[in-house]
Design a protein around this ligand. Structure first.
Ligand code: ARG
Length: 477
């Protein structure tokens, strides 16, 4: 009977787990096994687990804790197991609880005695803490690359539409004209901070728990610097109790993902609004829309709606894990096994959301004429009029605001734009006004005048987009 088969028989309560069978006469009940087992999800850690074990075994041999011959056997065995798992030929056993014991049991099955020496000076507690940090680190690297790609897509589109006017909103009411490029570049800044948060998280998590053992460290003469370096960590963790029990790195990661998901949710909501028939600011192709089973005219932005919603899962994962960790006494407790599923689920959701946004941003076609029309509606250049009164007539801003307000009221009553009022009508409100004022009332002049740092003037937008494209390794020219 193979070790795995033997473990599966244990499900009837007939046999003790081979990993701690010395102390246990009977096996767990089926319910115990179900609640205890994590192999259903933590098999996702197999690459990290094998990498951790290879580093640990190499260190055990170098320090003379195991023989070079045993280490060579372990290396061969783990490499073969990795190939088995990659090829889908590995049978995961629930009786063996988790990925760590599945791999270790298989190793002993394949190479015998040497395999049983691998767990010297190690516990699953430092093992899982190490594997999970490695997994989160890899996930950060993947999401970072995706976020960079989305930033490139946004910057490209922004450069293309650096001077395309659109209405800028506050309270979702037309406020002042901006450019479509400027609007897109706002999300580039948000994503840059998201990447910064992920990079901070990565920097702080990059310490190696391996060698903390169960909770107190070990009496074996291990070399923690060697394993830390082999696994790409900056250094070993400093306190064994902290190392095996905290999961703040996962919480930081989930909070960074929650904020990222919030940004993507906002972008998606805007795409939903822009695609709606009354707005019709952009069009998404068939590649990013779906039809309706009953209304033939429909073209629904489902991808955008789903990204808008994904924050529910992602921030849910954060709150879920925070709640798991709250009140846990030091050091390791089985509660922390609940750390993985929320992190895996949030990672999948974030990766899919980034991919969908990337696709939509590259796909969308802005209706620039329509945006231009609405950019000039709703008295959007009223602030430009008030600013002219301040700049040219030296009125105090508050007074200029009142004069402008009365002119807006008049235009509204007559059902015309500010630029359609006559000079005489304007002068009736403020005698000093000259015909020059009409030059600041167009959408183009308004946008071009916003040259303050970070403002919407096309020259600014072009410079920002080009700067980001260069920084992201995809120069504009
Ligand atoms: N599957 C466990 C987890 O994810 C591994 C650590 C188990 N340690 C223990 N002492 N039972 O946390």
């Amino acid at each position: 009977m193979s070790v795995n088969e033997e473990q599966q028989t244990g499900k009837d309560g007939a046999l003790a787990n081979a990993q701690w069978g010395g102390r246990f006469a009977g096996g767990p009940s089926a319910i115990m096994q179900d609640i205890n087992a994590s192999i259903g999800f933590d098999q996702a850690l197999w690459r990290q687990d094998i990498a951790g074990s290879l580093a640990h075994a190499a260190m055990l041999a170098r320090t003379g804790i195991i023989s070079e011959a045993d280490e060579a056997e372990i290396r061969r065995g783990l490499t073969e197991i990795g190939a088995e798992i990659a090829a889908g030929r590995f049978t995961f056993s629930t009786a063996l609880e988790d990925i760590h014991m599945n791999i270790e049991a298989r190793l002993s099955e394949r190479i015998g005695e040497a395999g049983k020496r691998l767990h010297t000076a190690r516990s699953r507690n430092d093992q899982v803490a190490t594997d999970f940090r490695l997994w989160v680190r890899d996930a950060i690297d993947g999401l970072d690359a995706q976020a960079a790609s989305l930033m490139r897509a946004l910057s490209r589109r922004a450069l293309e539409h650096a001077d395309a006017p659109m209405p800028g909103f506050t309270h979702l009411q037309t406020a002042q004209p901006v450019t479509f490029g400027h609007h897109l570049m706002a999300y580039v800044e948000m994503l840059a901070r998201d990447r910064g948060r992920l990079a901070d998280t990565r920097r702080r998590l990059n310490e190696c728990p391996l060698g903390s053992a169960a909770l107190a460290g070990t009496s074996f003469p291990i070399d923690r610097r060697m394993t830390a370096a082999a696994l790409g960590f900056d250094r070993p963790t400093a306190n064994s109790l902290d190392a095996v029990s905290d999961r703040d790195f996962a919480l930081e990661y989930l909070s960074a993902l929650s904020i990222l998901a919030m940004h993507l949710s906002r972008l998606s909501e805007e795409i939903v609004i822009w695609c709606s028939a009354p707005f019709s600011f952009v069009r998404l192709s068939d590649a990013f829309t779906t039809g309706s089973s009953i209304m033939p005219q429909k073209r629904n932005p489902d991808a955008a709606e789903l990204v808008r919603a994904k924050i529910g899962r992602i921030s849910g994962a954060l709150v879920g894990l925070l709640t798991v960790m709250k009140g846990l006494p030091l050091a390791y407790a089985k509660d922390t096994q609940e750390d993985k599923e929320p992190v895996f689920a949030a990672t999948d959701a974030a990766a899919l959301s980034l991919a969908a946004c990337d696709g939509m941003v590259r796909d969308l076609v802005p209706h620039t004429e329509r945006m231009r029309t609405y950019a000039g509606s709703g008295f959007s250049t009223a602030t430009d009029l008030a600013d002219w009164l301040v700049r040219v007539l030296k009125l105090p801003f508050r007074t200029a605001h009142h004069v402008t307000g009365r002119l807006v009221g008049l235009a509204e009553k007559r059902g015309v734009d500010l630029a359609d009022l006559t000079l005489e009508e304007m002068q009736a409100e403020e005698a000093g006004i000259t015909a020059e004022i009409f030059s600041v009332l167009t959408v183009e002049s308004s946008i071009a005048s916003r040259t303050s740092e970070g403002g919407t003037a096309p020259a600014n937008v072009r410079a920002q987009a080009a700067r980001w494209l260069a920084a992201l390794g995809e120069p504009a020219a």
